[in-house]
Design a protein around this ligand. Structure first.
Ligand code: HEC
Length: 438
């Protein structure tokens, strides 16, 4: 790069000694190979570039060149030209096959990875589940299948198109720039077995080319090597990329009692008050302000003693709260809830012989739930409010069910317990007419 500018400039493809301006319609055609051509003796021929005026002419020429047996040629146009693939004899892409292979590899490797981790290297019993089971592996295997398919698609497309290619010998021809605007080009490479400079030129002219240019590869060594600054930048980036890995390895090998380094310290140390921490802004020195006295959330005021606590004027409620109507629908609901929540201990009939006491007896224990329906039971005499309170808060060894059973349902159960009691203590006079007494 330090050679005298004159020497350098004379070979520069980009900046030839300015030729006398020519009419644009004939630009570059007069001397045929305006770039590289003047140094043709020592520069290697890359190929011929022929320009056509219309997409149709390009297709016809591509067909001719293909039929002449050429394989190393390509077409360049400002927009996709329909039918050009068939005219050039381009085969259908093999990419789908590659992608399929990539997907299979992903499926296999993903499954293998899970087997190795879960069933072989570190088998771990999670709730008695098998360490190796295909259904459990489906999500990950599915993802790795997609991952490798996508990567093969992406990089396969680049590789199949020989990308990235930042430079092409045709770029040395000014005319070639028209390929992005209004020029339709067909380039035949000299490496093709059929290539012969004169004959191929004639073939292209006969195919209707308006211009045919020879294209030479820039033979200067500096034109074939990457610019120094790019190499330097790559070297620097590579060295920088090693630093994080080195730091990780250093951290693994050494001990430190320093707090870890905070990259985004604002996320770790925010100016905020945490509850149960001291906080000087308030007179009492606490961050937690507690609940405001007397505040009740909307809809959470449970002022109705009868409904929520079974109380009336400090005594157990004997009747029913106004919200509870003793309809058969409510009693049915009470039966259903009772059978779920109470029958396991108190039995379906309320006599205290549910499945749990039965099991206790089998195990040799003597544990009983209270008989709710016996004439002598405390329950039969207890006011509705007290029964409601027992369901809500429990009694002695029976726990409360307020957490599981909503208030409405607790009252429905009260009604059903009453129905159970009545059904088993009915006087003969209370029976419906025609009932059989045994
Ligand atoms: C896990 C078993 C169990 C379940 C479930 C259970 N109970 Fe009890 N219940 C008991 C036992 C045991 C007692 C006796 C408590 C004691 O006095 O030690 C009892 C006592 C009672 C009493 C008498 C309380 C008193 O003041 O003597 C009532 C009424 C009662 N249960 C109603 C119910 C209702 C209604 C349900 C369904 C919501 C229910 N229980 C669910 C075990 C159970």
């Amino acid at each position: 790069m330090t050679t005298p500018a004159t020497d350098d400039e004379s070979h520069r493809a980009e900046t030839p000694p300015p030729p006398p301006p020519e009419p644009s319609s004939d630009g570059g055609n007069g001397d045929g190979s305006d770039h590289g051509g003047d140094a043709g003796t020592d520069e290697e021929l890359h190929g011929l570039l022929a320009e056509f005026d219309t997409p149709g002419a390009l297709i016809a020429a591509a067909r001719k060149v293909k039929n002449a047996g050429f394989t190393e040629f390509d077409c360049y146009s400002p927009f996709p030209v329909h039918g050009i693939d068939a005219a050039m004899g381009i085969q259908r892409t093999k990419l789908p096959l590659l992608v399929f292979a990539g997907g299979l590899a992903g499926l296999f490797l993903g499954t293998l990875m899970q087997w190795w981790m879960n069933a072989y290297d570190w088998p771990w019993n999670v709730a008695g589940k098998p360490t190796w089971s295909i259904p459990a592996n489906v999500p990950i295997s599915y993802e790795t299948t997609i991952l490798l398919s996508v990567l093969t698609t992406f990089f396969g497309m680049w590789a199949a198109n020989k990308l990235p290619q930042v430079w092409h010998p045709f770029f040395r021809l000014d005319r070639f720039a028209k390929a992005t605007d209004d020029g339709f080009f067909l380039g035949v490479e000299a490496s093709d077995k059929r290539f012969d400079l004169e004959q191929t030129k004639q073939l292209l002219v006969a195919a209707g080319a308006s211009h045919v240019d020879e294209c030479y590869v820039d033979a200067r060594p500096e034109a074939r090597t990457m610019p120094r600054w790019i190499l330097a930048a790559m070297a620097v980036l590579t060295m920088l990329a090693v630093i994080p890995i080195a730091l990780v390895y250093k951290a693994r090998a050494t001990k430190s009692n320093q707090p870890h380094y905070h990259v985004f310290s604002d996320m770790d140390f925010q100016p905020k008050a945490k509850s149960d921490q001291p906080f000087t802004e308030f007179a009492d020195g606490r961050a937690n302000r507690g609940q405001l006295l007397g505040t009740v959330a909307r809809g959470a005021l449970k002022a109705d003693d009868a409904y929520y606590r079974g109380l009336s004027g400090g005594q157990w409620l004997t009747g029913l709260p106004v919200q509870v109507e003793p309809t058969s629908a409510v009693i049915d609901r009470g039966q259903e809830r009772y059978n779920i929540y109470c029958a396991p201990c108190h039995g379906f009939d309320g006599a205290g012989h549910g499945i749990i006491p039965e099991r206790m007896a089998m195990l040799g224990g003597a544990w009983e739930a209270r008989n709710l329906v016996d004439r002598g039971s405390v329950v039969i005499k207890m006011p509705n409010g007290q029964l409601f309170n027992t369901i809500s808060n429990g009694n002695n060894t029976m726990m409360g069910y307020a957490a599981q059973i909503p208030v409405d349902d607790r009252w429905a159960i009260v009604l059903y317990v009453r129905a159970l009691e009545r059904s088993q203590n009915a006087a003969e006079s209370e029976l419906p007419p025609g009932a059989e007494v045994r």
